[in-house]
Write a protein that binds this ligand. Sequence first.
Ligand code: ATP
Ligand code: MG
Length: 151
Amino acid sequence: MVVTTRSEAQTLTLGRRLGRLLRGYDVVCLDGELGSGKTTLTRGLAQGAGSRNRVASPTFALARVYRGSRWLIYHVDLYRVSPDQTRDIGLEEFTSDPRGICVVEWPRAGEAYYPEDRLEVRLAHLRGGRRLRFVGRGPRSRRIVRRLGLN
Ligand SMILES: Nc1ncnc2c1ncn2[C@@H]1O[C@H](COP(=O)(O)OP(=O)(O)OP(=O)(O)O)[C@@H](O)[C@H]1O
Ligand SMILES: [Mg+2]
């Protein structure tokens, strides 16, 4: 599914809708060039999951955790992390927490650590906005994409 957002507010709204559909064990990989809206989408997602925490780029912290109304949201940024260093972050802890939703910016370095069934969002700049392509990599994540397309 492909969605075009024309403003930051629209990216946030889309993120909120996504956040309302997620639950523990869900993994969302946000792949896309610099400034394409990954953190903005995550901010909306966390709000949609009921979090009132401030969502900021975890580039320096590597990982942050927000408390939603039902789930924790683990927000990881692998921009500066090599595949070798990824092991030290303990991604498995995030993806195997039944209470946790895991969101990863720049997911490539962590490839080996994600469950097969994950939601991939590929973001790109588009003149006047952003294009977001949602790809479900298994039955659960495909279901999320379908539901996102409905509401
Ligand atoms: N649809 C949109 N149209 C225009 N600007 C947008 C849109 N969506 C988000 N933005 C803006 O794009 C900028 C970069 O967004 P953001 O920080 O979320 O990108 P990012 O992909 O996380 O970047 P990085 O690669 O540095 O982590 C922000 O100023 C945000 O407000
Ligand atoms: Mg970011």
